[in-house]
Design a protein around this ligand. Structure first.
Ligand SMILES: NC(=O)c1ccc[n+]([C@@H]2O[C@H](COP(=O)([O-])OP(=O)(O)OC[C@H]3O[C@@H](n4cnc5c(N)ncnc54)[C@H](O)[C@@H]3O)[C@@H](O)[C@H]2O)c1
Length: 441
């Protein structure tokens, strides 16, 4: 068992400083150099998983289902119990494709480096969102193909780093497939095609909702340091998850952005707060509702609502209003004309988007035709971060201001005895952002 909790020589802050400021959206333009070591269909592809929780375990199983010559050979997690739990599940469910030796289970903040430096060809990044920019950079620097879960960052320096790394991956001919899984959903793909082909005319307005109940929260356990408590409870701290409008609602913003041709808005404003999430420490410092209006250059507005409150009405949907009709992407995949008459409804196969994204990844590796989802995964995550910036500050913030923001949500050091960037006040409660008081940085 490899166990490391020390940071090593550099912090994420140092790492992000090294990333030059590639502000704006259309930065992925260089010509790929195909550099595929495993193009042959029969070669075994050795996969390592970073972040061995629910999604990571699922992604490893999806990878093995997508390609019978995939073997999961290495695991990395900040916590040993998570890594071992995942190892057991993979061994039980896919014994013939799981080959994780004891010395390929890495634990702690440096575990990702050890995994990337081991003999893996492909890395699945399914850890807590805060770490994605640093881990993606390390994987691409080491020449690995990557499956990269959403969201890809929690702050603008992280997004700038992701954009730079994705450019590098393109130059190296490495694949980066995003976990923004609706991009691989057959019904959504077909519906988007029709919107882009003009089936509802010119787009006027988009409405995106993600209205759900409270997710998990893990109460503090005896003997936990503050860092361990927050790492175990990452969803509820904005420096780790980005807040729920970044962690969860990014899926909806991604569909809205796709409709808009993956171009950034000019500016955003909105309102948000915390009404029904308790003030107990396990609920951290995130909000429980955000309502944000994104204004685009052509006059289109995207109205975006997300809420995590128990007992309230739930709705996860995408409504697009055009000059000739209306489209409901999720959950209906349906287009109606101005009189409300249905003119098209998807009736093709549903498919499993979680497997389809892995099918695409492994086919791209074997065919030598790299996929790079970098542009939209960075843009959609930045939309969500901009949303948090406007709800926390109560200000109108432009895209240019947001993408150039210097707010860096990283701690001074990654150690379990180091201080996280969010600390409880004298009353034991975590301070919340206050619109009109909290400053944009
Ligand atoms: N695409 C989807 O539909 C979908 C669904 C669920 C989750 N997700 C995303 O997947 C990611 C993981 O979510 P989850 O539900 O599996 O959470 P989880 O808490 O079950 O798993 C996260 C794991 O990452 C580990 N981790 C944290 N920091 C780490 C680090 N520095 N190095 C290595 N491991 C680290 C944690 O210990 C934990 O085991 C999140 O980004 C989440 O948004 C995506």
């Amino acid at each position: 068992m490899h166990s490391t909790t020390r940071l090593g020589t550099s912090t994420r802050r140092d790492f992000l400083k090294q990333s030059s400021l590639t502000a704006g959206a259309g930065v992925l333009a260089s010509v790929p150099l195909a550099r595929f070591a495993h193009a042959a269909g029969s070669d075994v592809l050795r996969v390592g998983l970073v972040g061995c929780g629910g999604r990571g375990t699922g992604a490893a199983l999806n990878a093995m289902a997508a390609d019978k010559q995939v073997k999961v050979v290495a695991l990395a997690d900040s916590f040993e119990d998570r890594a071992q739990g995942c190892r057991k599940t993979l061994q039980q469910q896919k014994p013939e494709q799981t080959a994780i030796k004891d010395d390929h289970v890495f634990v702690g903040f440096e575990a990702y480096k050890q995994l990337i430096q081991s003999d893996v060809d492909v890395v699945l990044l399914c850890e807590t969102p805060h770490f994605r920019p640093m881990h993606l950079r390390a994987a691409i620097d080491a020449g690995k193909h990557v499956f990269c879960e959403k969201p890809v960052a929690v702050d603008a320096p992280g997004i700038r780093s992701i954009l730079e790394t994705c450019k590098l991956a393109e130059q190296k001919g490495l694949s980066i497939v995003s976990g923004l899984c609706w991009r691989y959903h057959p019904a959504v793909i077909e519906t988007m095609k029709r919107i882009h082909d003009g089936a509802i005319g010119e787009i006027v307005t988009i409405q995106e909702t993600y209205l759900t109940s409270l997710p998990w929260a893990r109460p503090r356990q005896p003997n936990q340091t503050e860092m361990e408590f927050q790492m175990r409870n990452w969803y509820n701290f904005h420096w780790l998850s980005g807040d729920h409008n970044v962690e969860q609602h990014v899926h909806s913003l991604d569909k809205g952005s796709w409709i808009m041709g993956d171009k950034p808005p000019v500016r955003a404003w909105g309102t948000g707060g915390r009404q029904s999430r308790g003030r107990e420490p396990e609920f951290g410092n995130i909000y429980d509702h955000h309502a944000v209006v994104y204004e685009y250059e052509n006059g289109v507005r995207m109205y975006s609502y997300c809420r995590q409150q128990r007992g309230a009405w739930g709705d996860v949907s995408d409504h697009v209003f055009g000059t000739k009709g209306t489209c409901v992407v999720l959950p209906q995949y349906k287009i109606t004309d101005r009189s409300g008459q249905a003119v098209w409804k998807y009736d093709g196969p549903q498919g499993n988007m979680y497997e389809l994204e892995h099918d695409a990844l492994f086919k791209s590796i074997r065919s030598g035709k790299p996929i790079n989802n970098g542009h939209y995964m960075a843009l959609s995550t930045m939309l969500a971060i901009l949303g948090r910036m406007v709800t926390y500050t109560g200000q109108v913030i432009t895209w240019e201001q947001a993408i150039n923001s210097q707010e860096d949500l990283s701690p001074k050091a990654y150690r379990f005895d180091a201080e996280p960037p969010v600390l409880p006040g004298p009353d034991g409660l975590y301070p919340l952002a206050v619109p009109g008081v909290t400053q944009f940085k």
